[in-house]
Design a protein around this ligand. Structure first.
Ligand SMILES: [Zn+2]
Length: 379
């Protein structure tokens, strides 16, 4: 990344007080994505004062909304271009029993709750690393940089003041056996799979997904999760964004990638998008399929409680069939019970799905409102 070169070339004789501001300015002037053009121009054109740097860093996103920068809150954006403010921020902390690590209290409690739920499903998740101080991160990055060089190290490790671990909201999750510790293979462990499926329910998201290094600045880290809180995590999941940078409007979000199709002949559902992937099912003719993402001619669909990929052939675009509530149900603003309650629907209410699903939730239109209903109580 450009920032690596900028930092590596930095003169070491700077006074400690000025150094953080200048580092920020160096990053601001070198970045292209996510910064409004006027602000970037200010950063480049002005003398390198702390004031100019601060003005540039507190800019709004491309979408016009202010970027969340308060590290005391779980919505804070911290990445290679957006350091903690203040740079040596220390959060309130709560120890996670049995881990030797801490998180901000809200995240620590959510982790405990999540670990208990995972255990019931046979997944023994452990907190491998939570909060790391500025000085710990400084030592960690320096050791990686000595081993691999600064440029290589910055692909998987943050510079001090730029790590989500320093916020107390970021964490690395591992297995009880210690296998696949902070390694790619964690993705294929029982614990890794469980986390992908259930973490958002407890407010955590996978922060550095595969193939998004250009956006997040980090290689795929199936072990690194970030606490947003259940409400924001649900909104994030429902948005279809694949990175927090997209969700916050720092980079353009994905186009709408959801809808419904009906099969016109039997369709093969694979574990991933490719005919050499594991065959999960053969979906019969006339089946209604909700899809939530596409990759070329492949669609990610849900069928009988499983998620897989189909090719678009042998199916046509369809209007989702109406559904009926099997219990008195609340309509929520988000696909989670932490969302705002928009309406209460009596049992037997007929609703019109919009074609959008998030996990087991369906987005529906009802009485001039659009909201989410739990699919467990719809038929
Ligand atoms: Zn991490």
């Amino acid at each position: 990344m450009a920032s690596t070169t900028g930092l590596a070339a930095f003169p070491m004789r700077l006074t400690p007080a000025l150094a953080p501001a200048l580092i920020i300015l160096a990053l601001v002037s070198s970045l292209g994505l996510g910064m409004a053009p006027t602000t970037a121009a200010t950063g480049v054109g002005n003398a390198p004062t702390a004031r100019a740097a601060t003005a540039a860093m507190s800019s709004a996103t491309a979408a016009g909304k202010p970027l969340p920068r308060d590290p005391r809150l779980p919505n804070v954006m911290v990445n290679k271009k957006h350091p903690l403010q203040p740079l040596k921020f220390v959060p309130r902390l709560r120890a996670v029993p049995g881990s030797g690590a801490s998180l901000q209290p809200e995240a620590a409690l959510a982790f405990n709750k999540m670990a208990a739920a995972a255990k019931k499903d046979g997944a023994r998740i452990r907190l491998v690393s939570g909060y790391r101080s500025y000085s710990t991160q400084q030592a960690l990055f320096a050791s990686y940089a000595r081993r691999d060089g600064a440029k290589a190290a910055s692909r998987f490790s943050a510079r001090p003041g730029y790590s989500e671990h320093q916020t107390g909201w970021g964490m690395d999750v591992g297995t009880a056996s210690g296998s696949c510790r902070v390694a790619k293979c964690f993705a294929n462990t029982t614990e890794g799979r469980w986390m992908r499926k259930h973490a958002a329910t407890y407010g955590f998201i996978l922060r550095y997904p595969a193939g998004m290094e250009a956006v997040t600045g980090y290689i795929y880290e199936p072990w690194h999760f970030r606490y947003l809180g259940p409400r924001l995590a649900a909104a994030y999941t429902a948005s279809g964004a694949t990175t927090l940078e997209q969700y916050d409007g720092l980079v353009p979000g994905p186009p709408a990638q959801w809808g419904v199709r009906k099969t016109t002949a039997p369709v093969r559902m694979y574990a991933t998008a490719g005919t050499s992937a594991k065959l999960l099912a053969i979906i019969p003719t006339g089946t209604e399929l909700y899809y939530s993402a596409n990759r070329g001619s492949w669609l990610k669909v849900q069928h009988q409680g499983r998620t897989g990929w189909i090719q678009t052939g042998n199916s046509r675009k369809a209007t989702p069939a109406a559904k009926t509530t099997t219990l008195a149900l609340n309509l929520y603003s988000l696909p989670a019970i932490t969302g705002t309650r928009l309406a209460s629907l009596p049992r037997g209410t007929v609703v019109r799905p919009t074609g959008r699903r998030s996990g087991t939730w369906y987005q529906v239109a009802y009485a001039k409102k659009t909201g989410w209903l739990s699919g467990r109580f719809l038929k």
